[in-house]
Design a protein around this ligand. Structure first.
Ligand code: ZN
Length: 502
């Protein structure tokens, strides 16, 4: 049966979704093809759009429809997908109406300036130049959290933006357990006499050929190039402009050429998710991932669990070596797989390997939480950062550029974002255990280049469900267990014990 209120709500939701997709397209263009002098005009366009979107979200009609539908007998007759759409739209609107417009404005303005000061501070290696801006952002963000409301601590309200329903009281024990498992694993790996030779990845690789190879891998994994494209940008990202218009970007670094291949696979993981929503849901929350962590589970799974596995290179290594005979002529598939799985404590998060990566995230979570609990002052951040690096990874930044100034997130006023990276890894490991139960010969499929059954499984269990369930609920239903560290720890131990003869 249909319901006029619900039909009207969906039509408003689709308009909102169209406006957001226009904003995404402008953002993608800015980072790929826009000439540098377009930046001011573009900022103006984006600000107008953001205002129009905000006005529509807080509009009375939108609010009244949600109010009438939420918990109504009418909605109950429409089924779980309609209920999920109402739940998610309401979640978005409630947050938006609670924060005073003046605070939103001030936060945006401050973040714009703070970002510029962060860029300068990073160039000059001078944390003190950024500190007052960070202080102001923390203060305003705390006000924002108070306006949105939370049950236990302000940081909960920040995490909830990215990972619906997740609370510090759940994150804290999971991260503590992860730390106690990963720190000794990293040490054991470092002590192994069987170390890979990472220099084979730094030999000259032709960027054009690498790009060509990446596109072929993307296609074989199932990325639909008639519903998406890959372009060059400074930073790799995936923008799901619309479900059938997915823009991926890749970058190429002379110093670390092979990384561009894995970053394409990572973005393809995001892209496959966008391409996997059901057409009847386009423009509604049922065609949106329930959280950043769930989105990241897809990119991490394809990148790490699949593309960095031995079966994957059984499929591709012959062709890959034939494309780069000078670099790889004397390198076996086994040596190559070991090199792309090098584990080594490093200072920069975005360059970290699969095992140490999570320790970078834990450190940031602990510091952010302490900032918002008032247990750490901004001025004390650099020292606290360096201490934790030493404790978790055994290395110490020589300066703040390699330390507290490295990530862009805080300069945009994005606090509570980092945990989603590790939740992506936790979810990926739980999905990995589940898909292997359903497809016991998964490795055989991968080594034969038969990726369609893998993608179909993800489509059915994750992509097509959109925001039907909140993130933790989705993972529990698909994997049969609550979110835990066990599957990730087991996976990392198993994989790296084999690679490093532990
Ligand atoms: Zn990602």
């Amino acid at each position: 049966m249909t319901c006029r209120n619900y039909e009207r709500l969906l039509s408003l939701a689709r308009d909102l979704s169209a406006l957001k997709s226009i904003a995404n397209l402008l953002g993608w263009d800015q980072q790929t093809y826009m000439p540098p002098k377009g930046v001011e005009g573009r900022s103006g366009q984006r600000a107008v759009l953001a205002r129009v979107i905000h006005e529509r979200v807080v509009s009375e009609e939108f609010g009244a429809l949600l109010e009438e539908l939420d918990g109504s007998a009418e909605l109950a007759t429409l089924g779980p997908e309609a209920a999920a759409n109402v739940r998610e739209l309401r979640r978005e609107r409630d947050r938006e109406v609670r924060v005073p417009a003046a605070l939103v404005d001030e936060l945006e303005r401050t973040a714009g300036l703070a970002h510029q000061h962060w860029v300068d501070a990073r160039n000059d290696g001078d944390f003190a130049g950024f500190a007052p801006w960070l202080e102001k952002l923390v203060r305003l963000t705390r006000e924002w959290a108070e306006a949105v409301a939370y049950e236990e601590e302000p940081y909960d309200a920040l995490v909830d933006v990215y990972e619906a329903g997740l609370r510090v009281r759940q994150i804290e024990p999971l991260f503590r357990a992860l730390r106690s498992e990963l720190v000794p694993l990293v040490e054991a790996i470092a002590a192994s006499p069987r170390q890979p030779d990472p220099s084979i990845l730094q030999r000259p690789y032709d960027a054009g050929r690498l790009h060509q190879f990446s596109r072929r891998v993307a296609e074989e994994l199932g990325f639909d190039f008639t519903a998406g494209r890959i372009d060059l940008a400074i930073h790799p990202f995936c923008s799901g402009v619309m479900p059938r218009d997915v823009r991926l970007t890749t970058s190429f670094q002379e110093s670390n050429p092979i990384d561009s291949l894995f970053s394409v696979v990572h973005e393809v993981g995001h892209g496959l998710y966008h391409q996997g929503y059901l057409p009847e849901h386009f423009g509604t929350p049922m065609a949106v991932a329930p959280s950043l962590g769930v989105h990241e589970s897809q990119s991490r799974w394809w990148e790490n669990f699949i593309a960095r596995s031995a079966p994957f290179w059984e499929r591709f290594y012959g062709d890959f070596r034939a494309m780069f005979p000078q670099a790889l002529g004397d390198v076996s598939a086994g040596e190559f797989v070991r090199a792309v799985n090098l584990v080594r404590p490093s200072l920069i998060r975005v360059e970290a390997d699969e095992v140490t990566y999570n320790l970078h995230v834990l450190l940031r979570f602990e510091l952010e939480r302490a900032l918002f609990q008032g247990q750490c002052a901004v001025a004390d951040l650099p020292a606290a950062w360096n201490e934790k690096m030493e404790k978790y990874l055994g290395i110490r930044p020589a300066n703040d550029v390699e330390g507290v100034l490295q990530d862009v997130h805080w300069s945009h006023g994005m606090f509570g974002y980092f945990p989603t990276y590790t939740f992506g890894n936790l979810y990926a490991a739980q999905l990995n255990a589940a898909i292997r139960r359903d497809l016991p010969d998964l490795d055989g499929f991968v080594s034969a280049g038969r990726f369609a059954p893998l993608l179909e499984w993800m489509r059915e269990k994750v992509h097509r469900r959109g925001s039907l369930y909140p993130p933790a609920e989705l993972i529990r239903r698909v994997s049969g267990e609550a979110v835990s560290t066990r599957p990730l720890v087991d996976y990392l131990r198993g994989k790296f014990s084999a690679l490093y003869d532990l």
